[in-house]
Design a protein around this ligand. Structure first.
Ligand code: GLP
Length: 246
């Protein structure tokens, strides 16, 4: 374990507030900073807190740039379950961030290699990600980087595992509607962020939290690579921290 900072909170709302503090610090230090954003239910308290803080005049997103981790293959930006739509509804539509300053991989890309390369180039042109937000899947995936025999590098197309499709089917009317593939920043893209903030809540994530941060570093648990990142802040609630060594 190299530079892991751990913040334990009572509940998911408190996790959201502690994570919001990290983003507030970054935006105050650099008003045009580049933030990497994530979907899933874990970041929702954070997004509510960021919206409230801008409304209260404590934060200003007007110069911030954001790059999302991933998007389902085949879903249009306005599809109810697309990650673009998720970000609009849960964050972007309620803050002053400029639409042209928000990027999400294009689920409808015809030339996938070109879309992925352009995504990486845009992040590079912006000067790289200053703070990357991450959640974690039950199988240790970050973004949509699923367990594998190798760590993926840059933004790429991935097949979704049965476990991930099962976990995410709650948002669709049936399992058949859950896409079988997605586009995601690679592990290399994530590791290039200057700072990483990972949020984990709920007892059902206690085991994977333990494996990711206290088990061996292996592509079978993609998040375990974060043990090699120089600046990771793990913010979790008591339930998720249950198996964490004291
Ligand atoms: C999806 C996303 C991940 C997210 C994960 C966990 O698969 N691609 O970025 O971390 O879900 O989501 P939740 O926070 O809802 O458990």
């Amino acid at each position: 374990m190299i530079h892991l900072k751990v913040m334990k909170a009572k509940n998911p709302e408190e996790v959201g507030k502690l994570a919001a503090d990290q983003f507030e610090l970054a935006i105050h230090a650099k008003p045009a900073c580049v933030i990497g954003l994530a979907t899933g239910s874990t970041p929702l308290p954070l997004y509510r807190e960021l919206i409230a803080r801008e409304k209260a005049g404590k934060l200003d997103f007007s110069r911030v740039r954001s790059a999302n981790l991933d998007e389902y293959k085949g879903l249009a930006p306005d599809h109810p379950q697309s990650y673009r739509r998720f970000m609009q509804e849960n964050l972007f539509d309620h803050i002053s961030i400029k639409p042209e300053n928000t990027i999400v991989p294009d689920g409808l890309a015809e030339d996938v290699d070109a879309m992925c390369a352009a995504y990486e180039k845009k992040i590079e042109d912006w000067g790289g990600v200053d703070v990357q937000l991450l959640g974690i899947g039950h199988d240790g995936h970050i973004g949509f980087n699923e367990p594998s025999n190798h760590f993926t590098q840059m933004t790429n197309e991935v097949k979704l595992t049965a476990m991930t499709r099962e976990a995410n089917k709650r948002f669709f009317s049936s399992i058949d509607e859950v896409p079988t593939a997605a586009y995601t920043m690679g592990i290399g893209t994530v590791m290039a962020a200057k700072k990483i903030v990972m949020v984990i809540t709920g007892e059902d994530k206690a085991e994977i939290l333990y494996k990711a941060f206290f088990g061996p570093v292996t592509p079978k648990v993609p998040a375990s690579i974060l043990q090699f990142h120089p600046d990771v802040t793990l913010i979790c609630d008591e339930a998720a921290a249950k198996l964490m060594p004291q």
